[in-house]
Design a binder for this molecule. Structure first.
Ligand code: NAP
Length: 529
């Protein structure tokens, strides 16, 4: 598949006229010469949005089997892009080939998962309450609930997952599964990767005989195109992964519209890890090594990176710090996704180093001549300092973390109460720690979307039970997840049909259950499979 530097609007390839941009190779600090990408603006947003609006009713009313096959066709086409996709993504992001191959498998797996979700049909929430004409004192009407997609969705590709959270990533797959057309704003950090994946989707739309407008891909430099997309009246929801600043800006635009819409923004999280005394006594060294691996995985460019470690002070915590410091000192510096992300990492670590009472205890291998390469860092401070210096809780997007020493378990509970909303919280525990863990859990349940034991937060399984979400500021809406099967719920809303003749009802709630779905009927779950 060739690259042309063109946006994909419905079935057309469109060269943008709002300036040009080349992709950038962060590993050699140089632009990638070909192709030149033409940037779009408000006119392209308008064109894509109108097509999406026109495609919406046809797309959402397709048989579930056709929708599922569309998701599978995208997966097949992505696999068919072969090594060209991996090579391009490697050049544009500095991420290793092995990591990108794994990410492509995850992307394909995600599309297959949503195909299964669509076929299963439970996401439609089919619920039937039969009429009760004899009920006293008043009869009950016939009431039937089904979920429908909100409407066209705008997706902002994430810089740190050029495949799994970008053009055909989790937001797009879950929106398509819901029956929503998608318009993606490509992330400027991987324009060529975006075009290749976009063409794979465009081909699937054609091959599956879907209406033009189910998918469009736009390029935009500066903020105008993204702002115009969120503000467009046709767009009914937004999926975003990126900075807190960016997410908040899009939420402001969405809320200021005559018709406000939801922005599902996954923003910043520092993913505290609690090391309990029993676990430290038994496994301090092993936890230190595992922590260093987790912290440096993918150059720390994960929203689940463990940016804070909490533990009660003492010799066992010293053993953990020594082990982590030793492991980190062997980690080589690695190129980050973009010069901007590298700059932000450097200024974040400088800010932490400038806080009184914070000590650097570990440093990874020097970057040397490697461009935009982050060196791992570990800092130590105490709980009182953290409580007094909110800047220590800012996300350092990269391989840096702070160990916070508490004087006792009460202080651990106090810092847990203090931290902002998180995607994850990790507990390193042994059975003798369970009483302490029981005290902390009610606090942590208010703070995080995922609580895990004796592991590390990096590595997010794509499955039915996953929650990749959490209270603000980790996301804009703690009620939903952006990873896993239930991510589809972000793009659905319920409709209740009251006393509609059977012939006018959608198939999902028709009396004869022609789709053979599991449904709740008069309060009872009736399983058909
Ligand atoms: P970003 O700056 O938030 O940008 C993400 C996307 O949103 C880009 O397409 C960007 O467009 C767009 N955007 C941002 N602000 C906007 C605004 N005000 N109006 C319209 N569009 C806007 O995130 P990033 O480029 O991925 O990385 C920057 C920083 O974000 C990182 O250093 C890191 O701190 C954080 N980050 C966090 C996570 C996480 O999962 N927690 C993931 C990635 C990044 P333009 O590129 O055209 O400006």
């Amino acid at each position: 598949m060739n690259l042309y530097g063109e946006m994909l609007i419905g079935f057309a390839s469109v060269r943008g006229t709002e300036g040009v941009r080349r992709a950038f190779n962060p590993a050699i600090n140089a632009e990638i010469a070909v192709p030149e990408f033409g940037m779009g603006g408000a006119a392209e947003v308008e064109r894509a949005a109108r097509l999406a609006e026109r495609a919406f009713d046809t797309f959402r009313n397709l048989p579930l089997e056709e929708r599922a096959r569309f998701l599978e066709a995208i997966a097949e086409n992505i696999v068919d892009t072969g090594e060209a996709l991996i090579e391009r993504a490697h050049a544009e992001t500095g991420l290793s080939v092995a990591r990108l191959q794994g990410e492509r498998s995850r992307t394909v797996g995600q599309l297959h998962l949503f195909a299964r979700v669509v076929r299963d049909g439970r996401f439609l929430g089919a619920t039937v309450d039969h009429a009760q004409p004899e009920r006293q004192p008043l009869p009950r009407a016939d009431l039937r609930l089904a979920k429908v997609p909100l409407g066209p969705v705008a997706v902002f590709g994430a810089s740190n997952f050029p495949l799994a959270f970008s053009v055909a990533g989790g937001d797009t797959a879950s929106a398509f599964a819901a029956g929503a057309p998608v318009i993606v704003k490509a992330h400027g950090a991987h324009l060529g990767t975006s075009e290749l994946v976009g063409r794979a989707i465009q081909k699937a739309v054609r091959d599956c005989g879907l209406p033009e407008g189910v998918f469009s891909l736009l390029f935009g430099a500066g903020r105008e195109l993204g702002e115009a997309l969120v503000a467009h009246p046709t767009i009914k929801a937004v999926g975003f992964t990126g900075s807190r600043q960016g997410g908040l800006a899009l939420m402001r635009i969405a809320n200021a519209r005559p018709e406000p819409i939801p922005v599902y923004a996954e923003m910043s999280s520092i993913n505290p890890v609690f090391l309990f005394p029993g676990a430290l006594a038994r496994r301090a060294e092993a936890i230190g090594k595992g922590f260093a691996d987790s912290l440096t995985l993918g150059v720390g460019q994960f929203c689940t990176n463990p940016g804070l470690v909490f533990a009660v002070d003492g010799p066992d915590l010293d053993r953990f710090v020594d082990s982590a410091a030793q492991a980190l000192s062997t980690k080589s510096a690695q190129t980050m996704l973009t010069p901007g992300i590298f700059e932000a990492f450097c200024s974040g670590t400088r800010a932490v180093e400038g806080v009184q009472g914070v000590r650097k205890v570990a440093q990874g291998q020097a970057a040397g001549a490697l461009a935009n390469a982050a060196e791992a860092s570990l800092y130590v401070t105490d709980a009182k300092r953290l409580l007094a210096a909110p800047e220590l809780e800012s996300e350092m997007f990269g391989p840096a973390s702070i160990v916070v020493r508490a004087t006792n378990i009460e202080e651990l509970v106090e810092v847990a109460e203090h931290v902002e909303g998180q995607l994850t919280v990790t507990l390193q525990i042994e059975p003798d720690d369970y009483p302490h863990a029981r005290r902390l859990l009610p606090v942590l349940e208010r703070k995080a979307g995922r609580i895990l034991a004796n592991g590390f937060p990096t590595g997010v399984e794509v499955c039915h039970a996953m929650v990749h979400g959490g209270p603000f500021p980790s996301t804009s809406n703690a009620m939903f997840t952006s990873v896993g099967a239930t991510a589809i719920e972000r793009f659905l809303r319920p409709i209740c049909y009251q006393d509609l003749p059977d012939t006018l009802l959608p198939e999902v709630v028709k009396e004869g259950n022609p789709l053979g779905l599991s449904r709740i009927v008069d309060g009872e779950l009736i399983c058909t499979r």
